[in-house]
Each structure stands twice: as structure tokens, then as C-alpha cells.
Design a protein around this ligand. Sequence first.
Ligand code: SF4
Length: 438
Amino acid sequence: MNKKYTIITYGCQMNHHDSERIAYLLESLGYSPEKDLEKSDFIIYNTCLVRENAELKVYGQLGSLKALKKQKPNIIIAVCGCMMQTGNARETIISKYKHVDIIFGTKNISRLPSLIARHRSTGEVVVDIEEADIIDDDTPINRNHPFIAYVNIMTGCNNYCTFCIVPYARGKEISRTPDSIIREIKDLAKRGYKEIILLGQNVNSYGKTLRPKVTFPELLKMVNDIDGIERIRFLTSHPKDCSDELIDAIANLDKVCENIHLPFQSGSNKVLKNMHRVYTREHYLNTIRKLKEKIPNITLSTDIIVGFPGETEEDFKETLSLVKEVEYDQGFTFLYSIRKGTKAAEMKDQIPHEVKQERFQRLIDSMYEIFYKKNKADVGKVLEVLVEGTSKNNPEVLTGRTRGYKLVHFVGGKRNIGHLVNVRITGNNSFALEGEII
Ligand code: SF4
């Protein structure tokens, strides 16, 4: 019988990467992918805890599967991911969603085939949340992309920013060994992968748990030496761990792209302290200055939280002034929202929604203006683009990314997909460039 599976993924790139692992495991058991839940034999939700909204959606969707389970009692319904790492969500699902068959945590993915077997043989709900000490790294992966690959180098986080639930859900920071990472990337290179994106909650703190210790810049050097790989990126970096050694590695290693995502979250030292970000505005700006000095063509992106508890108009203006000083190429802005289980949720002086919204609007107006200016400065340049595919709106138009992670649209043949091409930039808006292939 041809069995089908559906994976519904919420949250960050780490979760999407975990879902690629789950897909591999299910396909090795004979399942094939299916978008329509009603035709599926195995439905799994890979959940996220970061936003309450995503959590509520999972409950809503699980509720609506009750009828399907009645109609098709042999269907298996599973829930995994960050939400399952906390007792509350797990207990809610076990007690209220009795049609869920399998529940497992972020570190138990490789055991999925045995969990399915256990559920099949007993017919009972199987729960597996055991904390593993080593990162779950050797499960093969069913990759969604033919030439760009995410590679997990670490999991967990020790930083405990007061707004963030990740350390409670993903646990303490654990690094994968360089041998295992390099083995995976060499195999990807053999299979024609061109771009590698090293993934972790705090990649530039990589290696601290390893014996002997290996630094993140040392790992970048090892990846840079792998034949066949053309570009290396990494996500996400913490400003406190952006060392001179890392800046030199970006400047000197030819495959490491001149681009860094460095979330600053707030421009006010008072707010940074309340967020437990462990750096100051001055330290952050000094890091940016060094990056720009050593890598003149560096592109910068960031994350910013607007309306953190206690943020005054003056604090917010410091955020605005930092944005103007740095001149980011891209950035993601978030309205602070209470996340139960974090320290910030208990803080007094929560900011009214209208105030947050008004500040948010001022911030994005300012950022979009800067993005436009930065993109405009690329007009006339010839940039290397890795062609990723055709535009959703026009199949004649190709899209790809520069080394600086800027999106470029240009007319060209589909044979270019998966290759590096040179594109002369002829136009721009705040979010993308337009060009012509040379
Ligand atoms: S560094 Fe802070 S924001 Fe990032 S995952 Fe760790 S606790 Fe969360």
C-alpha cells in the first residue's frame, strides 16, 4: 500500500530543517509526501513556542483532526518540536487531544521509526521527550532544495534573553563535532550543493562545549576548504560573540559571503540590560565599525523588538538612531508580545498596543528608506548571483541572491538555475534589485 505523510511546520529555520529529517525517516519507511490531510496516513505537526499564536494554531488544527481520526482510525497523528519540550503543552495534548498518537521532543527525531512501530504494536499513545546529551546529527535528511543546504551545527542556547522561550524549549547549548559537520558537507558537495547555510541558535558561540575546543571561525575555515562548495552563510549570530577572529574569517575566507545577520534588538542600554542581551549599544556599534572597516562590501541585517516592557520614547529614539547610524540592508522588526514562561512576561510597564504600533510604523518607514538607499547604491554594479529559480509572478524572470543576500530579478534562461551568474544591476526598490545577465 502506498502510504502518505503530511508535515506541517511552524517556526524558525531550525524547525524546517528538522522537518527535512522527519521527511527522510518517513520516506525510508515507505511513506510519500501528500499535501491533502484527508488523503494522508501520517500527519505530523512540528511546533514552535516562540509566538503564542503559533501554539494556538496547533491546538486549533489538532482539534479539527478529531473527525478525520474517527473516519480513518488507522491514521497516525504526531506532534513534535519546541512546544513538546514544555510540560504544559504536552499535558494539554495528552489530556485533551486523545486522538494524538505520538509525541516527541526536538532531540528525539531519529527515534521516530521506533516510535511509530511502538504505537502500531501497542495502539497506545507514545511519548518520547528524553533529553539526549549529544546533538541528533546523524539522521539523514530529505532536502527540500537541490543546491542550497542548511546544516545544523549546534542546538540550544545558554543566553536566556528575557523575552525568549528558546532556551527553555531547546535546552542548553550543544555543538556538533566538526568531523560530523564536515562529513555531511563533503557529501553535499559531491551531490552538487553550492551554498551551505550553517544553522544554530547562536552559531558564533559554536564549539564551546567541544573537547578539544573548536571555534566558529575555525569551523568556517574547515568548510571553506571543501571543494565544490561555492558559498557559505551562517545564522544566527549573537553580537557578544562576534569576535575579531570571526570578522577576519569573513574578510579572508573566499567562500564565506560578505553578509551577517546581527540582531541588536534595541538601541537603548537600559532596554538591552532588561532584555539580558549582555552587550551595550557602544559595543554593538564598535563591532559594526570593525565589520565595515575590514569588509567594505559587507551587507548587514538585524532583528529589532519594538515596545519591550519599560521602553520609553527616548529608548525608542535610540533604536531609531542606531538604525540610521548602521544603515542596514535588511531587517526584521517585531512588536514585543508577551510569551508566558519568560522573565519579560512578568515585567511591569508593559507597553500599550497602540504605542507599540505607532513606534513600529515609524521604525519600518525609516528602515525601508534606508533599504532603498542601500539597494540604489548597487545600481550599475555587476554582482554574482546564485540563480534559485523563476519568479512566482513571471516564469520568464529568474530570481537569485547576491553574496550579500540581496534578492535579484532578471530575464534569463532556465538553464541558469543552480548556477552562479554575473548580473548588471539596473534598478531597485527597498526589497530587491533588478538586473540583466551578462
Ligand atoms: S540568543 Fe537570546 S534570542 Fe537568541 S535563542 Fe538564545 S535566548 Fe533566544
